[in-house]
Write a protein that binds this ligand. Structure first.
Ligand SMILES: [Zn+2]
Length: 250
């Protein structure tokens, strides 16, 4: 998939407590799972890319969304510095989707080009009522976290650079996009919330992979899984603590 090889560095900006069936279809009713809010730094061929930009501060997150804790070293600016990233030097920011836990802190990346899917930006402005809060949509009275960002708007798959593609992957959100990145160890697919946990990839008696219970379009979700399986050698989930067991991928 191109001669340029990239490396992928996951970083956490805090931990959410999630009811397990929200993330893994029908599994583990009454149980909770601790989920990091992840950003992924991708570097290669002179290009520096940030995939997603994290969530709000803990007070806001806990008041309006889910229980959320953040260690001092998980403050976004500190978490970036800890892996040697100066946000001013980021060339491109990819928003996988516009849920509140993926698109705060965009103002840190002062010189970046911001990429979002048109479908997602349109949907986030006026989603179905059950999704209004997760987008912090205007109908809630909140100001969406991306409201001051100047986006480049994409329509479907996009070749960002040699060996670096954005795959249009509707499912969890209608305008989801997932980076497909060439590395020395094969292609990595950053699944975002289409596969929040490794459990989604392992599947269960209903097949594999299995979706979460937060989705915009179940048919599209399964089609996105089939494309993911065809394209990816490795998949990185969007909210799994085990992703942090390895400092760098590729
Ligand atoms: Zn989401």
């Amino acid at each position: 998939m191109g001669g340029t090889h990239y490396t992928i560095t996951p970083l956490s900006v805090g931990t959410l407590t999630i009811e397990r069936p929200q993330f893994v279809w029908g599994q583990g009713w009454g149980t909770e799972v601790l989920c990091p809010v992840l950003m992924f730094y991708v570097e290669g061929g002179g290009l520096r890319v940030m995939v997603d930009t994290g969530c709000s501060d803990p007070d806001w997150a806990t008041k309006y969304h889910k229980p959320f804790v953040r260690r001092p070293d998980e403050e976004p600016a500190r978490a970036l510095a800890a892996v040697g990233v100066d946000p001013a030097e980021i060339d491109v920011v990819v928003a996988t989707h516009l849920h509140w836990d993926h698109c705060y802190n965009q103002e840190l990346f002062a010189n970046a080009r911001f990429l979002v899917q048109r479908r997602e930006l349109q949907y986030a402005a006026a989603p179905h009522p059950i999704f209004a809060n997760v987008y912090e949509a205007p109908v809630t009275g909140m100001t969406p976290p991306y409201s001051r960002t100047k986006f480049d708007v994409l329509d479907g798959d996009y070749d960002l650079a040699d060996g670096f593609k954005l795959v249009f992957a509707p499912g969890h959100a209608p305008g989801m996009q997932c980076p497909l990145v060439s590395t020395a160890r094969g292609t990595y697919y950053i699944a975002g919330d289409n596969a929040p946990l490794y459990e989604n990839l392992e599947g269960n008696r209903f097949g594999r992979p299995i979706p979460g219970m937060i989705y915009a379009d179940l048919e599209a979700y399964y089609e996105s899984f089939r494309r993911m399986d065809r394209l990816a050698d490795h998949v990185l989930p969007g909210h799994d603590m085990k992703v942090l067991d390895q400092a760098r991928y590729g």
